[in-house]
Write a new protein. Structure first.
Length: 81
């Protein structure tokens, strides 16, 4: 389903169509609505490029869960670290 943003709205926001699409993808990722790969695809960017866009907006590309941290701690204990 296409999304149409009037030219005057883009001009008022000071954005090109491409910039608006990247901004939209970044915000959907930040809100947890899209995964990193899906948001990058929406933005039309490769992963490193999309991560750079997130960084420029102060949005973390990586969001470890408590379960991720517990898994890492268990692995460190197994290694004796």
């Amino acid at each position: 389903m296409p999304l149409t943003i009037p030219d005057e709205t883009l001009r008022a926001a000071g954005l090109t169509e491409r910039e608006a699409l990247i901004e939209f993808a970044c915000r959907l990722f930040d809100a947890g609505k899209l995964s990193l790969p899906a948001a990058g695809k929406l933005a039309g960017l490769q992963r490193p490029e999309f991560e750079r866009e997130l960084f420029e907006r102060n949005i973390s590309a990586y969001r470890p869960t408590v379960q991720d941290l517990e898994h890492d701690l268990a692995a460190l204990k197994r290694l004796g670290i």
